[in-house]
Design a protein around this ligand. Structure first.
Ligand code: FES
Length: 371
């Protein structure tokens, strides 16, 4: 059976004479569709036609305007890094949202414009598709049901329906729980319950309760002394405490700069270095990847995840990419045996920034260094 058994198919010469409109109608008829109404929605040039055109144009204009604003913001927005204590930090913090809103708005307005154009300006049509009368033939119905049942039987679907039901309920419950737990979790455990000693402020570099300072060790547990690094070198070190090599906030990069290489020290962190040796957290302040690529000549530390770069000559401040805070610096000194130890824990939070960090104390906590 063919869908165009009742339609007379024109010859080649006749086809060549047909207009686009006639060809479109013929194509529809060959598919069993009859165009009952087809044509302009409004009389061209009429007030209704112009009104529809203005509505569509509004969305396209809005899209264009937002696109231009995105470009302007991208080029001229004062996006230079400002720390959390600067009065201009809000300008810096708004850079990404402004780009997102303008670009996202541009795409949205363009989409609405296209839909509006299809609904208001494209030709209006009413099509009727011929269907056979009544339900499907008995033979079609019975064979289709038999195929479905047979597939179910062969797979054991019917017999195991109880198990399937149970597992589906379990899967649905697990999915709901998984989606809800990030929201509910914050109400179950308060990460700030210990105030300044809260988990997010303290790392394994914190001195022991008796004041013993934590030694730096290599991954194999060997203590690190100044002689272990050549000028210009960088080594990853860990705190010599149980589990120190695995703690997510413990990995540190120890740098030995070349003699005479000047480093700008951040306020409140004078004396954190030991001679030409500087130690910075290895945990990226964007979303916590280990920053591990170091270029001696430029002093750039690169995070491979989203390409943030930090300048070791400028207190490990971010100079490129999405990270917004410098890598926290670990204060260094030597112990009695000449090995490096952390003079204290970090004085700021390690890893990804959280909104309470620095300027805005978290609920129930006091930021480090503010008490
Ligand atoms: S985690 Fe380092 S740039 Fe994103």
């Amino acid at each position: 059976m063919t869908s165009h058994s009742d339609v007379e198919i024109p010859g080649d010469a006749e086809l060549a004479q047909m207009s686009n409109d006639e060809l479109a109608r013929l194509g529809s008829r060959l598919d069993g569709v009859e165009l009952v109404e087809y044509g302009e929605r409004y009389v061209p040039g009429s007030p209704a036609d112009k009104r529809a055109e203005r509505k569509v144009a509004f969305w396209f204009l809005l899209a264009g305007l937002l696109g231009v604003l995105a470009a302007v913001a991208f080029i001229w927005w004062p996006a230079g890094y400002e720390d959390a204590y600067s009065d201009r930090q809000w300008l810096y913090a708004l850079y990404t949202p402004v780009l997102g809103v303008t670009l996202g708005g541009c795409i949205l307005a363009l989409g609405i414009g296209v839909v509006a154009m299809a609904k208001k300006l494209m030709p209006h049509e009413v099509a009727v598709q011929a269907r056979h009368e009544g339900g499907s033939a008995e033979v079609d119905r019975r064979t289709l049901v038999a195929e479905v049942m047979d597939a179910g039987d062969k797979a054991g679907l019917i017999k195991r329906r109880g198990v399937l039901k149970g597992s589906l309920v379990l899967a649905g419950g697990g999915l709901t729980l998984g989606a809800a737990i990030p929201i509910l979790g914050g109400f179950i455990k308060n990460p700030w319950a210990e105030g300044p000693e809260s988990q997010l402020w303290v790392t394994p570099w914190a001195p022991a309760p008796d004041g013993t300072k934590v030694r730096m060790v290599q991954v194999d547990g060997t203590p690190v002394s100044p002689a272990d690094l050549e000028a210009g070198a960088m080594a990853t070190v860990f705190p010599a405490v149980p589990g120190g090599g695995k703690a997510s906030d413990a990995a540190v990069m120890l740098f030995r700069l070349r003699p005479g290489q000047a480093v700008s020290i951040r306020d409140g962190q004078q004396g954190f270095e030991y001679g030409d040796y500087y130690a910075y957290s290895k945990i990226c302040t964007h979303v916590g990847c280990p920053v591990s690529l170091y270029e001696q000549q430029t002093g750039r530390i690169l995070c491979p995840c989203h390409q943030s770069q930090f300048d070791v000559f400028d207190g490990a401040r971010p100079v490129f990419g999405p990270a917004t805070r410098p890598l926290p610096q670990l204060p260094l000194e030597l112990d009695d045996e000449g090995y490096f130890v952390a003079a204290s824990d970090f004085v700021e939070a390690v890893g990804p920034g959280f909104w309470e960090n620095g300027k805005f104390p978290a609920w129930g906590s006091t930021p480090k260094g503010s008490s």
